[in-house]
Design a protein around this ligand. Structure first.
Ligand code: ATP
Length: 276
């Protein structure tokens, strides 16, 4: 697919129904929000096995709302979700039982239980998680609540990947984590996509970081996907960020909002101030 400005349904190309183009998860014309406010309007995308799709956009663009409405945590105003070829309104716990894993931005561990017991509650048990993340082994008997933020997020990701899900949805992985931990988690995601055909939706504000592992990207702005492209199409992404801010196309390799890696005040600061 060429980098392009996209219309409402162009990312879900199934003929006359769901599961277009071999999508394991497909969302079409999603509209969702809070009260009467539609924070997401007409979002469509599909996930193919073995592919990592980065969902990019500034604060408030609608990334988390899209994810929450996709998995039924937030009611959908309209639109359809196809899961493994069938339109579904199943709640998250049922989707989870059939191979959908969800890792929220904040670590989702049970603080009072040991790391081992947290893993036992997951679909893949302890061994599958430790195989993927050997650094969890010395932490297994510690209460999860006493682990560092990074260790807790590794535990969350270990629990999710241990179940060998078909689809992984990840919300803002890099939030508040040290760069080395983020790199470790992203590498594990890429490996699972390559080795077991995991399809991934990676929600991320920091585009540069996401594109180290993504195959494709979509850029959200004010509740809609405005542009999409392949991971290598970085100039197009920079231009897309600038277009959404009304600044016109990029005139060189300058950093665009959301394009930075979060280590400096520059682009990350712009992204935080919000384009929408
Ligand atoms: P961020 O990267 O900051 O998490 P986002 O792209 O995930 O941003 P959303 O969290 O989906 O954006 O928010 C989309 C819009 O919905 C924003 O205008 C936001 O203010 C609004 N919004 C989000 N959560 C709520 C809520 N619980 N009640 C009302 N409005 C909300």
């Amino acid at each position: 697919m060429r980098s392009e400005k996209v219309g409402r349904s162009e990312l879900a190309a199934g003929p006359g129904g769901g599961a277009g183009a071999g999508f394991v998860l497909e969302v079409r014309d999603l509209r969702a929000g809070y009260g009467d406010l539609a924070a997401v309007r007409g979002v469509s995308f599909g996930l193919v096995p073995g592919e990592v799709l980065a969902f990019l956009g500034a604060n408030g663009a609608g990334k988390t709302t899209t994810l929450m409405a996709t998995v039924g945590v937030l009611p959908r105003m309209s639109g359809t979700v196809w899961w493994q070829g069938r339109a579904t309104r199943a709640p998250l716990h049922r989707l989870a039982r059939s191979g959908l894993a969800f890792v929220p931005g904040a670590p989702s561990v049970i603080s009072g239980l040991s790391a081992r017991d947290n893993l036992k509650l997951g679909p893949g048990g302890v061994d599958g998680a430790v195989d993927r993340f050997p650094e969890l082994k010395p932490l297994l008997d510690r209460p999860a609540g006493l682990l560092s933020g990074g260790e807790q997020q590794i535990l969350s990701m270990g629990r999710a990947l241990a179940g060998s899900p078909r689809v992984l949805l990840v919300d803002e992985l890099s939030l508040g984590l040290a760069p080395l931990v983020v790199e470790r988690l992203l590498a594990a995601i890429r490996a699972a996509a390559d080795e077991s055909g995991l399809a991934v939706l990676l929600i991320e504000q920091q585009a540069r970081r996401a594109l180290t592992v993504a195959d494709r990207w979509c850029l959200l702005h004010m509740g809609a996907i405005t542009h999409s492209g392949l991971a290598g199409e970085r100039e197009a992404l920079e231009e897309a960020y600038r277009a959404n801010l009304g600044g016109g196309p990029a005139e060189g390799p300058a950093e665009g909002p959301g394009w930075g890696d979060g280590d400096g005040a520059g682009s990350a600061g712009l992204a935080r101030n919000g384009a929408s």
